[in-house]
Design a protein around this ligand. Structure first.
Ligand SMILES: Cc1ncc(COP(=O)(O)O)c(C=O)c1O
Length: 410
């Protein structure tokens, strides 16, 4: 009865982590660094808008949101990514989502087929990756291609070097910058080359930018839309996804958006009219107020700066540590991610995620190895005081990790 379509998906990362650790008592007060759930305060203007518009819960909301929401997102994108003023027509190029996760999935449902040019369709996925991407590929019967993103390629997948025959059957590509889990940030030129590749090979590029507002001092991470414009590529093959979950510390509000080529947005809107869950009106009003406000985003970023500084102070210079260039995860080479996870839990009560649970072996890349095996992912979401003992425990582990030079980056 149950279709085999998703049988290729392993158990989700968090149940796997529970199964790994449940036999062991914690060796200290439990400290969760495994889940990337923001912990900073939600902006007061969200509460105010939700209350003010609460009567909107009495209505079925429109699938394409409100003109005010679309306009606020269009204005934000234009300002944040310095887009030419006429780049975005909000009514045709912006669609609200219940958080980006469902939108990332539904984009593939709406826009990708099972075949292309007489061959099985392919969906390009950075590896390691946000797990929803793989489910989206399998849902349409396409082949997920897990493109290794390791230290050798700056922790980002290099789609431009993939073979012609693979690109010719690609229907959709996911690209995440700042990336989860590695905290890598692609340059505008890199993003532009990928947008151009999508145009040349006629596939859709979905830029997952939900960590775009969390970054250290310096220029903000560039985005896919500005890169496409700078490269002179039309937005007909480009989608960008963003959300209030990380930017505004409201993961439970379930509010995000997708923006891009009008044809792509029309196709997504059509499918969502049948099968999507529209964002409630009070949520759309609150989201509109939040996209129009930058003060709370700056305050949020300042809190992350304290934690970047703490991580640098505790781990700077240690082998296996790379300071993130965006987002709130540390991606640490500990030799054996599962063994290190068990050790941190048993000796210190520190809960991290084995990198292998976010990656996959793919025979086309790095000899079929899972690029996450040597790593753990640790989230910098708690306060610096809470995090300090966890970071110190991880630093101790990094110091004691034996590294054979040849294996250092595998
Ligand atoms: C890379 C990435 N994309 C998308 C999401 C989905 O976020 P949301 O659905 O809350 O917008 C997450 C959440 O953790 C993520 O890490």
């Amino acid at each position: 009865m149950i279709p085999r379509r998703f049988s290729d998906l392993p158990e989700y990362a968090f149940p796997r982590l529970r199964a790994l650790l449940e036999r062991h008592p914690p060796g200290g007060d439990p400290l969760a660094m495994s889940i990337g759930e923001p912990r900073h305060p939600m902006p007061a203007l969200m509460h105010e808008a939700l209350t003010r518009h609460a009567e909107g819960y009495a209505k079925y909301p429109p699938i394409d949101g409100t003109p005010g929401f679309r306009e606020a997102v269009g204005t934000w994108l234009t300002r944040r990514f310095a887009l030419p003023a006429d780049t975005i027509d909000p009514d045709r190029m912006v669609l609200p989502l219940n958080g980006t996760r469902e939108g990332l999935f539904m984009a593939v449902m709406a826009l990708a087929g099972r075949q292309k040019n007489g061959q099985r369709a392919a969906v390009l996925i950075p590896n390691p990756f946000y797990q929803c991407y793989a489910a989206a590929a399998l849902a349409v019967g396409a082949e997920p291609i897990f493109v290794a993103a390791t230290e050798e390629n700056g922790w980002l997948p290099d789609y431009t070097s993939l073979p012609e025959d693979l690109l010719a059957r690609t229907v959709f590509a996911f690209y995440c910058s700042p990336s989860n889990p590695q905290g890598a940030v692609a340059s505008r030129e890199q993003l532009g080359r990928i947008a151009a590749l999508a145009e040349n090979y006629d596939f859709v590029i979905g830029f997952d930018e939900c960590y775009s507002e969390i970054y250290p001092d310096g220029p903000p991470p560039p985005g896919g839309m500005e890169a496409a414009v700078a490269e002179g590529v039309s937005l007909d093959h480009v989608l960008v996804f963003n959300s209030l979950s990380k930017r505004s510390n409201a993961p439970g509000l379930r509010s995000g958006f997708v923006a891009g080529g009008a044809g792509l947005i029309a196709a997504m809107t059509r499918l969502r009219s049948y099968a999507g869950a529209p964002s409630p009106l009070p949520v759309l009003h609150a989201a509109e107020a939040m996209w129009r406000d930058e003060a709370h985003v700056q305050a949020n970023r300042a809190l992350y700066h304290e934690k970047y500084a703490l991580a640098d102070a505790v781990m700077g210079g240690l082998p296996g540590y790379t300071a993130p260039r965006g987002g709130f995860f540390l991606w640490l080479d500990v030799g054996d991610g599962e063994a290190a996870t068990v050790r941190l839990w048993c000796e210190h009560g520190v809960r991290v995620l084995p990198g292998a649970y976010l990656g996959r072996g793919d025979p086309r890349f790095i000899d079929g190895k899972n690029p996450g095996t040597r790593f753990i992912r640790a989230a910098l979401v708690e306060s610096p005081e809470t995090l300090r003992p966890g970071l110190e425990a991880i630093a101790g582990l990094l110091r004691s990790t034996e590294r054979k030079p040849a294996e250092a980056t595998a």
